[in-house]
Design a protein around this ligand. Structure first.
Ligand code: PGA
Length: 249
């Protein structure tokens, strides 16, 4: 049985007031041993949040990493710098990075490899655009993102990776995939994982759903056996909404 994982992605949002608000009003149901909660704020808040949330059960992750370990890459953050801040989780290949910052599948595969090498668990985002869904190439697109993204990871490390299926047309749009659509894609992803890894390892890999998850629709997704948790953008910026989502799990 895979434990559940909820990841909040604050993207380029947040403030000291929001952090304080979260700290005051947000708490984990303590007996919930089968649930892990990670918040990924902008990098400038990582250390503050690590210190504040230490011992609370809430873990702090990053939203991105550079594919090189150090060097003259102004404005970038390396895996060593994330380790310095005590980060254990990192989102990789989010569709906004793919669209606006040139993150190709090949670059993403290098980021995956460097994270695993430095013992940070990657959350690999995959998902099709609306155009790809309408042209019926969505399965092929997602399978390729998955295959290339995981291509530099050894079989023995694969279970440390988390996959987030995030249809691009559902991100920040208020449109969630129908439970049946999400279930179908999660099955495709699991099938692909089984084909590239040993059965034992493939079964351990968590697959999250992401795309306009909120307290009103999480109930319909949570009961789907293939969905091991959620990657949440907008609703993770509202402590009461994030709390409600967690309480469903
Ligand atoms: P959303 O974002 O929940 O606001 O749709 C999800 C994501 O981008 O990971």
């Amino acid at each position: 049985m895979r434990s559940k994982l909820i990841v909040g992605n604050w993207k380029m949002n947040g403030s000291h007031d929001l952090i304080e608000n979260f700290y005051q009003s947000f708490s984990l149901p303590f007996d919930e041993v089968d649930l892990e909660v990670v918040i990924c704020p902008p990098n400038v808040f990582i250390t503050t949040m690590q210190n504040l949330f230490e011992g609370s059960g809430i873990l702090i992750g990053a939203q991105n990493v550079h594919s090189e370990n150090n060097g003259a890459f102004t404005g970038e953050t390396s895996v060593s710098l994330l380790r310095e801040c005590g980060v254990n989780w990192c989102i990789v290949g989010h569709s906004e990075r793919r669209e606006h910052f040139g993150d190709t599948d090949e670059i993403i595969s290098r980021k995956m490899e460097i994270l695993i090498r430095h013992k940070i668990r990657p959350i690999l985002c995959v998902g099709e655009t609306l155009e790809q869904r309408e042209s019926l190439s969505f399965e092929e697109v997602v399978v390729k993102q998955l295959r290339v993204g995981l291509s530099k990871i050894n079989n023995k490390d694969l279970h440390k990776c988390v996959i987030a299926y995030e249809p691009v047309w559902a991100i920040g749009t208020g449109i969630t995939a129908e439970p049946k659509q999400a279930e179908y894609m999660h099955k495709i992803i699991r099938k692909e994982l089984l084909s590239i890894s040993s059965r034992e390892n493939a079964k351990k890999i968590k697959i999250l759903y992401g795309g306009s998850v909120n307290p009103d629709n999480v109930g319909s997704l949570i009961n789907i056996k293939e969905i091991d948790g959620a990657l949440i953008g907008g609703a993770s910026l509202i402590p009461s909404s994030f709390q409600k989502i967690i309480e469903y799990y």
